[in-house]
Design a protein around this ligand. Structure first.
Ligand code: MD3
Ligand code: FE
Length: 217
């Protein structure tokens, strides 16, 4: 079911679409905050630069990542986990900017998840060719808490699979400003990102940035 709303303030079309049970796309929902989000992102990255982490299998991720909030998602040869300390700086991750938190909480509420207070924001940066293979997000304590994702910059094709890796995946284009709330029955579905096609975004440049908000602890 697709519903068309109209934001009377900005005159921005904000279409809300259900990808399946528990998965709600708020198309272009983050556009009004784009400059505030990108400015806050610059501050986060000044304290915790993007880096290519190593997977437990010994491969460098094609996506560069950083975090903000009281916990950050990290991977190294020993495995995946949430850690309050940035292993590069030895310091706590930068605080979650208020504009990040407000957007995540508002989006979750629109999708039916009230009082959402994420403690972690994993930030992914994609260049041309970068991809994320099918995986589940299950390093968080409470799967009743949704994940909220915010896409910025050049577009991506998102793969939305099922509860088993072999289940057929649908392809969904995610573009600048799209916010998706993944909760309930969608929370443990396999998902990934196809290799990013070369493109340019006037504000973000030749990258795709994805903010993924989690309640990890
Ligand atoms: C569906 N990131 O960071 S965001 C990740 O665009 C990740 O950078 C992708 O997958 C990206 O783990 C996809 C969308 C997303 C995030 C978490 C999910 C979709 C999800 C958890 C469950 C189901
Ligand atoms: Fe994921």
């Amino acid at each position: 079911m697709t519903m068309n709303l109209f934001d009377s303030m900005g005159g921005i079309e904000a279409r809300q679409e259900q990808l399946g049970p528990g998965a709600t796309v708020l198309h272009r929902h983050a556009v009004p905050e784009e400059t505030a989000l990108l400015s806050a992102l610059r501050d986060v990255v000044a304290g915790a630069p993007f880096r290519h982490m190593v997977t437990p299998g010994g491969f460098h991720m094609s996506v560069a990542v950083t975090n903000c909030g009281s916990l950050g998602w990290v991977t190294d040869r020993t495995g995946y986990r949430y850690d309050p300390i940035d292993p590069v700086s030895g310091l706590p991750w930068p605080r979650m900017p208020e504009v990040f938190l407000a957007l995540a909480t508002r989006a979750a509420a629109r999708a039916g998840f009230g009082e959402y207070v994420p403690d972690a924001c994993l930030i992914n940066r994609y260049v041309t060719g970068a991809r994320v293979s099918l995986h589940q997000d299950k390093n968080e304590q409470d799967f009743d808490q949704p994940i909220v994702s915010v896409s910025l910059g050049i577009p991506a094709v998102f793969l939305f699979g099922g509860l088993n890796r072999a289940d057929r995946a649908i392809r969904v284009k995610l573009t600048h400003g799209d916010v998706v709330v993944w909760g309930g029955a969608a929370r443990l579905r396999y998902h990934g990102i196809l290799p990013i096609k070369e493109d340019h975004h006037p504000l973000v440049g030749d990258h795709r940035i994805n903010l993924t908000f989690r309640k990890a602890a």
